[in-house]
Design a binder for this molecule. Structure first.
Ligand code: GLV
Ligand code: MN
Ligand code: MN
Length: 431
């Protein structure tokens, strides 16, 4: 057995992969060179531990710690030996210019937690009754093909397969072609009942992406919050594309009074997004991406596309906020002599994690983090998609600044170590 790795040494080994010199932080879009390098890294780490690595039809990587041959603990055997397994894992892709921890921390912690469990088993301190798998999901961020959690959505059938295959990245490549280039067969992609039957419970460890663990009610005299929390729910969230069309024209020869400038209309729409969300308690709305066509300094754009992300705990409120913004966008477009269309690109309703599994996680986590709280999160996760199919829970590791989707995302080494032990304890109790 190789020397057990620590989560921090594993994270250190990938710290140079996918750095983005222009944006800062990391850009690791799905199936890009850096993301593929990370998938290779994971495969090699898992294989060196004797785990059986396979990639399924949807591009999800699974590393299996099967029960030993001849196991007589009453668990399924033969072809069924992986049915109802305990699964942990996360993703390796990132947003453009993202932090080091969003995704990879869950994968590295899973490998390090395996090392802890293997050592406990070797010492006779762990009796397993089911297999364990570490899963790595592709395109969790949706930063290449626009729909977040694409791998888990395909696995569960939460997205229509034909629609997923037709999604395009910025260069116009379809997800079908990108998948083919990875040796996947688009005809085999989509809901995978056999793969789902292998997941008995899913537990994802993730960096906390807000200040939840730094709240006054949790921090000690030194102002430090607990290292780990258990997730309670994920806010409903979705993405909408606005296309604002006007009259492309010359920046010098077109009088201000003669313009139908979609950029001017889009700018007002962005302000309307902020104002509408700010007026609704607990709503969050963001425009983080805007593309003028054709995009020249001396060109009045003919079209501006922008993408809006809206989140709220109550799905009906999210729908009402989006409709309010849509109505305002139509009025703004008409005033500016433009037109606007709004298209929903994805939506995930609010998810409350499995109550029994969450209670079990809270119990296990108390061993390393007494008083670990249950936190709701505003961030989306593959765990949220899987929750519709299997009992699912999450652990969050403290993020001192609460900053995420940014190069400044940070986790202290001690907290990452505590997260690994909390994950190992949790997995042990569930195995
Ligand atoms: C993913 O991290 C998201 O919440 O968009
Ligand atoms: Mn993210
Ligand atoms: Mn993530």
């Amino acid at each position: 057995m190789p020397e057990p790795s620590t989560v921090n040494s594993l994270m250190g080994a990938i710290a140079g992969t996918g750095r983005d010199a222009r944006r800062g932080g990391y850009s690791r879009p799905v199936y890009s060179t850096p993301e593929l390098e990370l998938r290779e890294w994971f495969t090699s780490e898992a294989t060196s531990r004797g785990l059986a690595v396979e990639r399924d039809a949807n591009g999800i990587i699974w590393a299996w710690w099967d029960l030993p041959a001849g196991h007589d603990g009453g668990a399924p055997s033969g072809a069924d030996a992986r049915r109802g397994a305990l699964v942990t894992g996360s993703h390796l892709d990132s947003v453009p210019g993202g932090g080091a921890f969003d995704g990879p921390l869950g994968v590295a912690s899973a490998l390090a937690a395996y090392d802890v469990l293997a050592a406990r088993e070797a010492a006779g301190d762990l009796q397993r009754h089911r297999a364990l798998a570490i899963a790595v999901f592709p395109e969790e961020e949706g930063s290449a093909f626009g729909v977040a959690c694409l791998g888990s959505r395909l696995l569960t059938g939460a997205i229509d397969t034909a629609r997923a295959l037709n999604l395009r990245d910025a260069s116009g490549t379809t997800f079908a072609d990108a998948s083919c280039a990875q040796g996947l067969d688009p005809d085999a992609m989509g809901r995978d009942a056999a793969a789902l039957a292998r997941i008995g419970d899913f537990v994802e460890l993730h960096v906390e992406q807000g200040l939840g663990l730094n709240g006054e009610e949790y921090t000690d005299a030194a102002g430090r919050g607990p290292a780990v929390a258990v997730a309670s729910s994920i806010l409903g969230h979705g993405r909408w594309r606005f296309s604002v069309s006007g009259q492309g024209n010359h920046a010098g020869t077109t009088l201000m009074s003669d313009r139908a400038d979609p950029m001017v209309a889009a700018a007002q729409m962005v302000l309307a997004v902020r104002k509408t969300a700010a007026a609704q308690s607990d709503a969050r709305a963001t425009v983080g991406r805007l593309e003028p066509v054709p995009g020249g300094t001396n060109v009045i754009a003919s079209r501006v596309d922008f993408w809006m992300d809206v989140r709220h705990p109550d799905d009906a409120v999210t729908a009402a906020v989006v409709e309010r913004i849509h109505g305002q966008a139509q009025k703004i477009a008409a005033f500016e002599g433009c037109t606007v269309t709004m298209t929903e690109e994805s939506y995930s309703g609010t998810v409350h994690f499995d109550a029994a599994l969450t209670r079990a996680l809270q119990g296990s986590v108390q061993r390393t983090t007494p008083g670990a709280p249950a936190l709701s999160t505003g961030a989306g996760h593959d765990a949220g998609v899987l929750a519709a199919e299997v009992p699912t829970g999450m652990l969050f590791v403290r993020n001192p600044s609460g900053i995420s989707h940014s190069p400044e995302e940070h986790v202290e080494d001690d907290d990452a170590t505590a997260g690994t032990i909390a994950l190992a304890d949790t997995l042990e109790d569930l195995l």
